[in-house]
Design a protein around this ligand. Structure first.
Ligand code: FEO
Length: 173
């Protein structure tokens, strides 16, 4: 049986992942309205990934025989000044999520819950990639500056991203 304070912490993380999904969906809508369909696609895939992150933790709570808690999902921002502003926001947000994940891992360790600790390790590794991806796009956008042609080239590159369920075929942790 999992301790109630861990269920609460995991449920908060489910909420944080679903908020991330909602934020990236709002960014995807913004990009779509700017005519940047590739950026919109990339961010929509990110929305799907975050939903998968949240649902995997939700299923972990159920697998441990506990009841997930449900909290309101905050309203995300919906307007940004530029693609660079969007991805600087993504980078800041992912750094914040990394802090949340590290906090969960520390809590699991403190409570001696090895199963939760192992489950959270997937997210610890994932955050390295999440932060690197966001930082890389920020760097590209800074190099592009005001060059509309190069922005459209990057947009075309981002149109190629497809969603792959990160947990497909994996045994539930
Ligand atoms: Fe669920 Fe972007 O980390």
């Amino acid at each position: 049986m999992i301790r109630q304070n861990l269920v609460e912490a995991l449920s908060r993380q489910v909420n944080a992942e679903l908020y991330s999904a909602y934020l990236y969906l709002a960014m995807s809508a913004w990009a779509d309205r700017q005519g940047l369909k590739g950026f919109a696609n990339w961010l929509h895939v990110q929305y799907q990934e975050e939903t998968a992150h949240g649902m995997h933790l939700y299923e972990f709570i159920l697998d441990r025989g506990a009841a997930p808690e449900f909290h309101p999902i905050d309203k995300p921002e919906t307007e940004w000044d530029s693609p660079l502003a969007v991805f600087e926001h993504v980078a800041r947000h992912e750094a914040h999520v990394t802090d949340l994940i590290n906090g969960l891992a520390t809590l699991a360790m403190k409570e001696n819950d090895h199963s939760m600790y192992m489950a959270v390790q997937w997210y610890v590794n994932e955050q390295v990639e999440e932060e690197a991806n966001a930082d890389q796009i920020v760097q590209k956008l800074k190099l592009i500056g005001d060059n509309g042609g190069l922005l459209l080239t990057l947009d075309a590159e981002m149109a190629a991203r497809v969603f792959v369920d990160p947990f497909a075929g994996a045994a539930a942790n």
